[in-house]
Design a protein around this ligand. Structure first.
Ligand code: ADP
Length: 485
């Protein structure tokens, strides 16, 4: 049964991407729309969006809209847009006061307000269009007030009388914790007795917690992470709220958009390869090494990393693990990323200390990311926690052996290779410590020189299928269940 879905998100690839949320929003829009659902997706019209090739049109009856947040009035307009090669249209919320900033996120004092505006604009656009969503799907802390507002601020509108809410947690590490002084903005007219916030006495309100408390269904992006966030180790203070929701929490694994990420058709690569054309992969590696100024040697592996440079991704371990590894083992390393200054500095210094063996590209580059996936032999992802993780999935498809910690979505998607039976798709380690990372790297580098085993490991990975088609089915089923409840 086709459903009416209102989807609100702070990111959508390729327009506005800081991480996995963007890939997931884009994929859900593409595949749920293709499955026949009437999906209205709302995204801020950030001034940083590259508008080249994107068809953007104003919506005549949604110009000069106005929303009051706290004491302030915010004018905004609604635009529609479609991506090249697609006729499906989504909505951009154009509010220069909120979204004309250098990037997607800021650390400015009004950060929460920017996304409150987005959330209000989604509700108000539904009202203007006379669109009665059966599902309101919000994502992460940015839009997590929507489930509360559905029961309060917008409750009296009959359009929303049968709307059920879904909150997807893409990363519980970011919760939108704001000063209780902003309470009136967050409540948007709702009674403050509805804010069940343990932090209120300390003067704080947690937006993600509010979403967890009020959403009809909470999902996260892998079954493993859905279990982990119920524990104190991973729940980041929300575990009790999640436990209180009992069976309402589901983990649906992210998929891969193989239209974008497949070495058999990759738009950035001059040549393509499948599991039986690994010679081409080796040639692409040579090209990548030359481009990065890295020296090759017989059986010298190239290890790749593409990541936000954050503690979550294991860089505090890498600070201690990479120098001894580079000193004791023969391999090349390429890192693409940006983030915390301490990690950027560390990687820049490492590059200086190991010219010709280590290349650090500071910044964001989709094109280089594809080249690293294709040209590397291994991909290192030692995350402290990982809600799903996408790069290990891309790596599998590109025949680039993932080296991952057994956590969250990494544990769900990569199986440790057993040379005796020839089964498994990567190298998996358990403990979050330096010794374990070094063990995993040594294990992978030792395997790399055993040609038969390595080939098997590479091909096992390339045979995996994490396409969205299957995962979309799970979202559809969850929506249908909710609507029927
Ligand atoms: P997270 O959302 O926690 O950052 P994910 O693995 O879920 O991690 O998604 C990260 C996405 O962002 C992947 O598609 C990855 O390729 C991409 N990415 C991260 N950093 C960069 C970068 N510096 N350049 C290009 N792509 C990047």
């Amino acid at each position: 049964m086709p459903l009416r879905i209102c989807f609100v998100t702070a990111e959508m690839a390729p327009l506005a991407k800081a991480g996995g949320l963007a890939d997931v929003s884009a994929a859900l829009f593409k595949y749920l729309t293709a499955a026949g659902h009437d999906m209205r997706l709302f995204l801020p019209a950030y001034s940083s969006i590259d508008r080249k090739g994107i068809d953007i049109q104003p919506v005549e009856f949604m110009r000069h809209m106005l929303v009051k947040i706290g004491a302030q009035d915010f004018p905004y307009s609604v635009l529609t847009a479609s991506l090249p090669g697609s006729s499906a249209r989504f909505f951009l919320i154009d509010c220069p006061a909120c979204f004309a900033r250098p990037g997607i996120y800021t650390s400015e004092a009004d950060e929460h307000r920017r996304f409150l505006l987005l959330t209000h604009a989604a509700f108000m656009s539904c009202q203007r269009m006379g669109f009665a969503p059966q599902i309101l799907h919000c994502n992460d802390w940015h839009t997590a007030l929507a489930p509360l507002w559905l029961r309060t601020t917008y409750h009296s509108d009959r359009l929303f009388a049968h709307t059920r809410s879904v909150l997807t947690i893409h990363n519980i590490g970011y919760q939108g914790i704001v000063s209780a002084a902003h309470g009136a903005e967050l409540l948007a007219g709702a009674d403050d007795s509805l804010l069940h916030q343990p932090d209120l006495h300390a003067g704080r309100i947690n937006m993600l917690r509010t979403g967890v408390q009020y959403a009809d269904r909470v999902t996260t992006v892998s079954p493993g992470y859905a279990r982990e966030i119920l524990t104190a180790e991973y729940g980041m203070g929300l575990e009790d709220d999640l436990l209180a929701r009992g069976g309402a929490i589901t983990g649906i694994l992210n998929g891969v958009d193989y239209d974008d990420w497949d070495p058999r058709s990759d738009r950035y690569l001059p040549r393509h390869y499948g599991a039986n054309q690994l010679r081409t992969k080796a040639d692409l590696k040579q090209q990548l090494l030359a481009r990065l100024g890295l020296r090759d040697a017989p059986r010298r592996a190239l290890v790749g990393i593409i990541s936000r440079l954050a503690t979550q991704k294991g860089f505090d371990l890498l600070i201690d693990a990479l120098p001894p590894l580079l000193a004791s083992r023969d391999f090349n390393l390429v890192v693409l990323g940006a983030g915390e200054p301490q990690f950027e500095d560390f990687l820049a210094q490492l590059q200086q200390r190991h010219p010709g063996r280590m290349h650090f590209h500071l910044g964001y580059s989709d094109e280089l990311a594809h080249w690293i996936e294709a040209g590397s032999d291994m991909f290192l992802m030692p995350s402290r926690y990982e809600p799903c993780g996408l790069n290990q999935l891309y790596s599998l498809r590109y025949g680039t052996v993932p080296i991952v910690r057994r956590t969250g979505g990494l544990a769900d998607t990569v199986r440790h290779f057993d040379a005796a039976t020839g089964t498994g798709t990567g190298v998996v380690f358990n403990d979050y410590n330096i010794e374990a990372v070094i063990w995993a790297m040594n294990t992978a580098l030792d395997l790399y020189v055993q040609r038969g085993s390595w080939r098997r490991l590479v091909q096992n990975g390339m045979a995996q299928d994490f396409s969205w088609q299957r995962q979309i089915q799970q979202y559809s089923e969850m929506y249908q269940q909710l609507v029927q409840q």
